[in-house]
Design a protein. Structure first.
Length: 301
């Protein structure tokens, strides 16, 4: 006897990030061996579904209905961002997928609410500085839609987009778990530090520079951090004011910017200075001691 397949129904026609990621999240929960994905607006098809998202004009998690197009919508977050279908599904299963409220919340704030905001026409950025909008995850998914002359269907491309989004969501969850551990380590180091203006990582930490700089930005008195860099170099970096990754709290000296090698060593007075980024948010040395010496210089200015 063949088991009845679990039926997921979403709308047909063009697709967007909230329905694509919503289906992807359900597949992470359910697997895909015994799941049928149907794209339709027919009420009889919707009524036959086990899960419905982004269609049907009903939001009721107890019935596994996750639409936000009805007159009353799907509600809003405390920060005012309205829920779209992905956000409604994430409320339903995010903790289950992530294993903790903390990890689910990181994914919610970094990915889910941004997708919901875009789908609801809620602006998260303005174009006062540039007439060109940034390339978003929504744009990455839109390239799966067929262009004129291609012998492919919207439904086939939707499934390809879902596969792509599923990988993205899995990876975001993995990185969110790691970020939680990194945040705990940073808190521990901050509390132990005698001079909280510079946090020193004696051991390598599994996070990129921007993530560390942003997490340290949660501590208002921290300006810099020292950590091991690639190929056994060391790095003195600026802390940023989140959420803007380019808003450095205190830049390195202007005369260091873009310099390298002997010229940089002469300017800094530290013989094994290697390179300072032209934007002055990072300088690289051969040793931890040299990075700490440079930190002392910039703190004394």
């Amino acid at each position: 006897m063949v088991d009845k397949k679990i039926r997921i129904v979403t709308h047909n026609g063009g697709f967007h990030a909230d329905d694509v990621f919503g289906v992807s999240a359900l597949l992470l929960l359910l697997g895909d061996k015994n799941v049928e994905i149907i794209r339709s607006r027919e009420q009889s098809v919707i009524d036959s579904a086990d899960y419905v998202l982004d269609v049907g004009f009903v939001y009721d998690a107890s019935l596994k209905r996750f639409d936000h197009h009805q007159k009353e919508g799907g509600g809003k977050r405390e920060n005012g961002i309205p829920y779209a279908s992905f956000g409604l599904i994430w409320k339903y299963l995010g903790v289950q997928l992530c294993g903790s409220d903390e990890v689910a919340d990181i994914v919610e704030r970094s990915l889910v609410q941004a997708i919901d905001a875009y789908d609801n026409g809620y602006p998260l950025y303005d174009l006062k500085q540039s007439p060109d909008k940034p390339f978003l995850i929504q744009d990455a998914l839109s390239v799966f839609e067929p262009v004129d002359g291609e012998d492919i269907t919207l439904d086939d491309q939707f499934l390809k987009a879902v596969s792509y989004a599923r990988v993205v969501l899995e990876r975001v969850i993995m990185h969110a778990r790691q970020q939680l551990e990194v945040r705990k380590k940073i808190k521990e180091l901050y509390e132990q530090a005698e001079d909280k203006r510079v946090i020193v990582f004696d051991d390598d930490i599994p996070a990129d520079r921007t993530t560390v700089a942003s997490l340290l930005g949660e501590y208002p008195d921290t300006l810099y951090f020292v950590r091991k860099h690639e190929d056994n170099f060391w790095q003195l970096s600026c802390v940023i004011n989140p959420p803007l990754f380019y808003d450095n709290r205190k830049l390195l000296p202007i005369e260091w910017g873009g310099k390298r090698g002997e010229e940089l060593a002469r300017i800094t007075g530290v013989s094994d200075s290697v390179f300072c980024h032209s934007a002055r948010f990072m300088i690289v040395t051969n040793t931890k001691e040299s990075a700490l010496s440079l930190a002392k210089q910039v703190l004394d200015r």
